[in-house]
Write a protein that binds this ligand. Sequence first.
Ligand code: DGY
Length: 319
Amino acid sequence: MSKPRLWITRRLSDATLERAARDYDVVINHEDHPGTAAHLIAASAEYDAIIPCHSEHFSPDVVRQFSGRLKIVANHSVGVDHCDLPALKARGIAVTNTPDVLSDATAELAMLLMLGAARHAVAGDKIVRTGAWDSWSPAFMVGKQVTGARLGIIGMGRVGRAFATKARGFGMEVHYYNRTPLPEDQAHGATYHASVESLLGVADFLSLHCPATPETTNLMNAGRFALMPRGAVIVNTARGALIDEDALIAALESGQVAAAGLDCFKTEPGGNPAFAQYDNIFMLPHIGSATRQTRDAMGFRALDNLDAFFAGNTPRDLL
Ligand code: DGY
């Protein structure tokens, strides 16, 4: 029996590509440029399966132009806001993602951003690097301590819970908002808030871990920043759509928000050029899941989903 034809849109980890080449008739985009609408439309005629990343956009308009061969989109990501699920389902195309395996890597990055934002990592690095470090004083670069502080988490899914575990290790008091409260064996003593507004009222630090949907667009806006204790620190490793970026700048300018640690931006790649002048924004280029182990695990999870699908079984992560 011939192997299913698979298109891998980006250069995934070596282990993933070796395994894919063994089991599939695979074509890999070694150039590693994001697949365009035209690439996706052409691929739908040539391949049985695609492993894309969040850099490929399956909009309703693109999916409408698909030909009949494509059967499954096995995402190499947990977030699927780049896929119009109703449009893909309407064409009978299965969609999967890669939950669980990237939770710790992403939570680690959220910790880095939180600590870096709280302790002036950008400004401090710049001062040493540029040779501008010519004095020391007790008032120099005084930041915000996380130990004993109240952390608010919006979205207590896998990544939110992994971050809560790490934050507890730093002695933080964890509060969260989620659509439903967690059972105690998962909440580990974190305090549930029935509304975002209630959570924000206590959040000295806030970390976002919810998906980008029409309901969560600009979740953090001017009104909501104003509800937080003055001098709060905001961390976003989820999606740029969750923050009204102009409102964040205004909140930083006024001092309502002391600092932000951002791995996600409304415009990616590139980010928001207006952020560059703020040393109290610690920025990284959407690398939450970028560790060797996690990239292998994401690739293998996408392939596990494909294997199940082509064996006639329901993939573990079918959406
Ligand atoms: C995800 O998996 O959603 C990460 O943002 C990387 O794509």
